[in-house]
Design a protein around this ligand. Structure first.
Ligand code: ADP
Length: 156
């Protein structure tokens, strides 16, 4: 049976920290599905369609990585796509407190699902989507934190 992991997140934007989790996840799983949760109450900073395309471009040489935008409970999506694993990254104790709660909820919704946590690679630990949004909003270059160029034209 194929070992499929769902890596859920907002990915607003997808960073080198996220890329590292996916690449390391590929050593554990046959397929990693990057799930971008659509949250109606949360306005995105980077448009969803652009982010899907940029992530697909990032993993263009990895046929066992795909991107899925969803509007449902993460655990329900995992069940639907046959993923028995959720993949998450842990940077610090704040992440741990939050992840501890949601992993319990996910198992409440889908009993068989296991969340697998990978500790962030130290040089990537300070990278967060929210900091990147703040830098970008005020015109600071953020390319060094991203595995693609935000200049969409370059990815065609
Ligand atoms: P969410 O809104 O669900 O927290 P994010 O897009 O912020 O989604 O993050 C998705 C996952 O990636 C989370 O498990 C988060 O802890 C992890 N993550 C975020 N940044 C990094 C990083 N720099 N290194 C490793 N994991 C990270």
């Amino acid at each position: 049976m194929k070992r499929i992991a769902l890596f859920p997140g907002s990915f607003d934007p997808f960073t080198k920290g996220h890329q590292d989790i996916v690449l390391r996840g590929l050593r554990l799983f046959d397929e990693v599905v990057i799930g971008i949760g659509r949250n109606a109450s949360k306005q995105r900073y980077f448009p969803l369609d652009d982010m899907v395309r940029l992530i697909e471009w990032t993993f263009r040489e990895h046929p066992n990585v795909r991107v899925l935008a969803y509007d449902d409970l993460t655990a329900n999506v995992a069940r639907e796509i046959g993923a028995r694993f959720l993949l998450r990254g842990l940077r610090n104790t704040t992440d741990f407190e939050y992840e501890n709660g949601i992993s319990q909820v996910n198992r409440h919704v889908y009993e068989e699902v296991e969340t697998v946590f990978l500790i962030t690679s130290p040089p990537l630990a300070p990278i967060s989507s929210s900091i990147i949004r703040d830098l970008h909003r005020y015109g600071q270059k953020v390319d060094e934190f991203l595995p693609y160029s935000l200049d969409l034209e370059k990815t065609h």
